[in-house]
Design a protein around this ligand. Structure first.
Ligand code: PRP
Ligand code: URA
Length: 204
C-alpha cells in the first residue's frame, strides 16, 4: 500500500535533497521540510476524540488529537525526521531502534531497541531510505514483538525492492514516501537517490 506525496513543494525539496552540492546544513533543513509534509500525509487517517469547549460566544463541540501516536525512528538517519513530527504532534511517544547496514552485505545489524507501550496505538516507523527493506522489515518485527499491530512506514525515498519486502511481510502495511526511485545499484544504494542519507545529514 504505497502512498506517494503529490505536492509541488515536495518535488522542489526532493530535487535539492538529491543535489550532490547541497551541504549538510541545508540537507538538514530540507529533511525537516519534507518531514513536515510526510507527517501530515501519514496521519491523515488518525483518529480524533470529541472535545467540548467554550468559544467567547457559545459552546463548541470539536475534535482534538488523542495520545495514540508512536514514532519509531531508525537510528541514525531518521533522527533528522523526528522534529517535524514532534513539532506537529507534541504528545507523540517516541521509541528508538538502532540498525546499521553492513557495508559488504547490506544486511542490517540491530544494536539498540527501546520502545514504549505499543498495544492499541498507531505506530509510524520512520526511516529516510527504504532500500532493500531489510531495516524496515526488522523494525516491523520488533514492533510486532512488542505488541504493535497498527504499523505504517514513513520514508523519504522508497526503492521498488524495499516496497516489495514490506509487502511480502504484510501487504496491508501503508508505506508513505516522498518519492519512489528506480532501482538499487550493486551496493544496494538507491538510484537516483541521495547517496548515504546519514552521511549527507551529519557530514560524515
Ligand atoms: C540506511 C538508512 C536505512 C537503511 C535502509 O541506514 O538510514 O536505515 O540504510 O537500507 P535497507 O532498506 O537496505 O535496510 P545505515 O545502515 O546506512 O545506517 P545509518 O543511518 O546509521 O547511517
Ligand atoms: N541507505 C542510504 O543511506 N542510502 C541508500 O541509497 C540506501 C540505503
Amino acid at each position: 500500500m504505497l502512498h506517494l506525496l503529490n505536492h509541488p513543494l515536495g518535488a522542489h525539496i526532493m530535487t535539492h535533497l538529491r543535489d550532490r552540492t547541497t551541504k549538510p546544513v541545508t540537507f538538514r533543513t530540507l529533511t525537516y521540510q519534507i518531514g513536515l509534509l510526510l507527517a501530515l500525509e501519514s496521519t491523515r487517517e488518525m483518529q480524533t476524540k470529541e472535545a467540548v469547549i467554550e468559544t467567547p460566544l457559545e459552546t463548541y463541540r470539536g475534535q482534538v488529537l488523542g495520545d495514540n501516536l508512536v514514532l519509531v525512528p531508525i537510528l541514525r538517519a531518521a533522527i533528522g525526521l523526528v522534529q517535524p513530527f514532534t513539532d506537529l504532534f507534541p504528545d507523540v511517544s517516541i521509541g528508538y531502534v538502532g540498525l546499521e547496514r553492513d557495508h559488504e552485505t547490506a544486511v542490517a545489524r540491530n544494536y539498540y531497541c527501546k520502545l514504549p507501550q505499543l498495544a492499541g496505538r498507531n505506530v509510524l516507523i520512520v526511516d529516510p531510505m527504504l532500500a532493500t527493506g531489510g531495516s524496515a522489515a526488522q523494525t516491523i518485527r520488533l514492533v510486532q514483538e512488542h505488541g504493535g499491530q497498527n504499523v505504517s512506514i514513513v520514508c523519504v525515498i522508497a526503492a521498488p525492492e524495499g516496497v516489495r519486502a514490506v509487502e511480502a511481510l504484510d501487504p496491508k502495511i501503508p508505506i508513505f514516501a516522498a518519492a519512489l526511485d528506480r532501482e538499487l545499484n550493486s551496493r544496494k544504494y538507491i538510484l537516483p537517490g541521495v547517496g548515504d542519507y546519514g552521511d549527507r545529514l551529519y557530514g560524515t
